[in-house]
Design a protein around this ligand. Sequence first.
Ligand code: HEM
Length: 225
Amino acid sequence: MSKKRSRWYARLGWGVMMVFSSMVALYTLSYLVLGEQVYVEVLVESFLARPWGIYTHAFFAMIALALGPFQFRGLMIEHRPPIHRTLGKIYVVGALMTGLSGLYMAGYAYGGWISQLGFGTMAVALLVTTSMAYLKIRARHIVEHRAWMIRSFSVLFAAVTLRLWLPVLTALYQGDFTPAYQWVAWVAWVPNLIGADWYVRRLARRSGTAAVEQPFQYSTAAATP
Ligand code: HEM
């Protein structure tokens, strides 16, 4: 594929990611502003029983999801490193709080142990990938930092893919929401993470690095915390 074409695909992918992330962030904002009026019917009881859980979750998740796409803009990383650093710190706090509150809410998720385990492991995946990304940048391993951030955002992006998968799965189960919800707690994030890992390895192969272990290849000033 020519360089021009692959750049065009990258821009398109970023645009799609941006639009979907913004839409779900806005939907999540409606949870904070309108409260009970917009709760999904089968989840109302659980959310009313633990309002602080769902409000904390929605607040931090919205921030992390809205900021995430900007952190992958090459131009900003190269030319506006202080902005990248500041947004990065907010993203890390937002993603970690999303993971912690998600882990708490997972214990009460609709659909029993299958969805509880699905959301629980998703929360752990978010906590691990985000922490790794942060530790790597503190150690100035910028290529690895980027790789873990891609993995982190792929898990966070489950907020989008969940809402794309759910109507499809509900239709496949002829309107039966419970098995669709149990499936979605897994398919919302596992394929994202596998895809992200494949992408990271492909980037490493393309740039000629053995893995993502190599020190940074472009301006280190750009991503120093
Ligand atoms: C990636 C880690 C995440 C985990 C582990 C997680 C987990 C959960 C859990 C367990 C619930 C309650 C579901 C139930 O009671 O059945 C929930 C609800 C919710 N989450 Fe997350 N979540 C994550 C990320 C996000 C993100 C990034 C957003 C949006 C920005 C988000 C927005 C919401 C909203 C709006 C609800 C209310 C239910 C709905 O309308 O679907 N979550 N989440």
